[in-house]
Design a protein around this ligand. Structure first.
Ligand code: ZN
Length: 497
């Protein structure tokens, strides 16, 4: 057996452990009876220790060393590069730090939940201080060149750095803040009164959104849709993709756009090549690229006029209490309502990134020691006022709202905005190749767009780093230009600016 075969055999076994965890995680959120929790956490911990043991096996290190000096094909080299990253991350941290982080995370998560419901930041403060301390230690072990925050960004978006993000984000902020202000001052606000007449049944919401997911190209023979409190997309592999949604009988768009979002994640997973299954070449490359797929289907397609001109009749058939004169224009404007708000997960596509930038600024300053955890509530509120023009009435609706920091996920938030920027850049490139895509969407045909994403993104798995993949697909460096252009043109029309 060659070194490469030995290596790939080990990588595929690790991937099987990942598939088992994925499936059990899905089951935990959708099916598991409440009393199953104790055994389930033992099962998950067992799998994760098995994976850690295999990943940090000195023989794995030896194989990587040897393969790195061999002549490999581009695909083989990509697999070695990606596993090297994981191996280094798994071996660079001392065992005591890994254990301390795991112990701290479960306690911190619990205290955050209490603190959030009691609006008590002081209660969470010492835990967040400890999280920041452990995160900084981790970053030091991982290493970085310019900025300590780079080591954290790299965990979630390989290769991303502060020096790349800063100009991207500030350009975006300079364009969005005045746009959101102009939208708020416009006398032409959308009419959403049709939402107040009667209820939207769960069964019909499910039927309508599944039909959309299927038309986009999600293969229900290689995936499922279920219900959970927090929607997500996971599963065992490209032929077994599980996503979830939730229902609100007063507001059908939460379910629909949630499903379109997860369908974007799901079609990416289903589009990975089977021949590379179980290796990085057959895995999604990053959270930012993943989020580009979900946001594109959710926003650029799902909130377009073309989409609604095709689906309005079906929508009205499903919900027959809707006014018979409800037209495409009203519907299209209603689903594109922009309103600065306090809660990130409820925010619209124009203000969403401003919520992310508040968090990005805070994280950067926290880990470089420029502000302390005690400064957070005030810092948060002043940034919200500066970017969005709103001030939280309390910390529950402010600095305590997100789960991420309680879990130690510092450096994660920027991937959401990168996803939006990548989505617009990819969509613009697809339109440049095929200007008929919007006309096709207006006929309910999504194949051209999905095929473009398949050939430019999905089939490449983790062959390239995210920014390089984007460059190859669009011919341009990652930039906020296409996103800003898209937002300006869309909202200028909708709000008559
Ligand atoms: Zn997502």
């Amino acid at each position: 057996m060659t070194d490469y075969d030995n290596f790939i055999g080990r990588v595929k076994e690790l991937s099987l452990i990942g598939s088992l965890s994925g499936l059990m995680g899905w089951d935990q959120e959708t099916m598991m009876p409440p009393k199953g929790g104790k055994l389930r956490s033992d099962m998950m911990a067992f799998l994760s220790s098995q994976a850690h043991k295999r990943m940090t096996d000195p023989e794995m290190g030896g194989l990587l060393d040897s393969l790195e000096s061999q002549d490999l094909t581009g695909e083989q080299a990509a697999n070695v590069r990606e596993v090297r990253q994981s191996y280094d991350k798994a071996t660079k941290l001392p065992a005591e730090l890994v254990e301390e982080k795991a112990r701290h995370k479960s306690k911190s998560l619990q205290v955050w939940q209490e603190a959030r419901s009691e609006n008590d930041f002081e209660k969470f403060k010492p835990y967040l201080e400890k999280t920041v301390e452990l995160t900084c230690k981790t970053a030091e072990y991982y290493g970085y060149e310019d900025n300590i925050y780079d080591a954290l960004l790299d965990i979630f978006e390989p290769g991303m750095t502060v020096s790349q993000l800063d100009p991207l984000f500030s350009g975006l902020r300079e364009a969005i803040v005045p746009l959101v202000q102009a939208v708020g001052e416009s006398p032409n606000q959308p009419d959403t009164s049709f939402l107040d007449i009667g209820k939207f049944s769960e069964e019909k919401q499910r039927e309508f959104s599944m039909k959309v997911a299927e038309s986009i190209g999600f293969d229900f023979d290689a995936g499922r849709m279920d219900t959970s409190t927090h929607p997500f997309c996971s599963g065992a592999g490209p032929n077994d993709v599980r996503f979830t949604t939730r229902y609100d009988d007063e507001f059908p768009f939460g379910c629909l756009y949630g499903v379109m979002h997860e369908t974007g994640h799901g079609t990416y997973e289903q589009g990975l090549l089977e021949e590379h299954e179980g290796t990085p070449m057959g895995q999604a490359v990053s959270l930012g690229i993943h989020e580009s797929q979900s946001r594109m289907w959710e926003n650029m397609v799902g909130r377009s006029k073309e989409f609604w001109s095709f689906y309005i009749d079906e929508f009205k058939n499903c919900f027959d209490h809707l006014p018979s004169d409800l037209d495409v224009d009203t519907l299209h404007r209603a689903v594109n309502t922009v309103q600065p708000s306090l809660i990130r997960v409820e925010s619209d596509e124009a203000t969403y990134n401003l919520h992310i930038m508040v968090r990005y600024e805070i994280e950067k300053q926290l880990v470089s020691g420029n502000i302390s955890v005690g400064d957070l509530p005030d810092f948060w509120n002043s940034k919200m006022e500066e970017y969005l023009g709103v001030t939280p009435p309390n910390n529950t609706k402010g600095v305590l709202q997100d789960i991420h920091w309680s879990m130690g996920a510092i450096g994660y938030f920027p991937t959401y905005t990168l996803g939006n920027l990548y989505a617009a850049q990819l969509y613009a490139a697809a339109l440049a190749d095929d200007p008929n895509i919007p006309n096709k969407i207006a006929k309910g045909e999504f194949t051209a767009l999905l095929d473009w994403m398949r050939s430019h993104i999905h089939v490449h798995g983790s062959k390239l780093l995210p920014a390089d993949l984007l460059r190859q697909a669009t011919g341009k460096d990652p930039s906020s230009d296409d996103f800003v252009k898209y937002l300006k043109s869309k909202y200028t029309k909708i709000y008559n600016l």
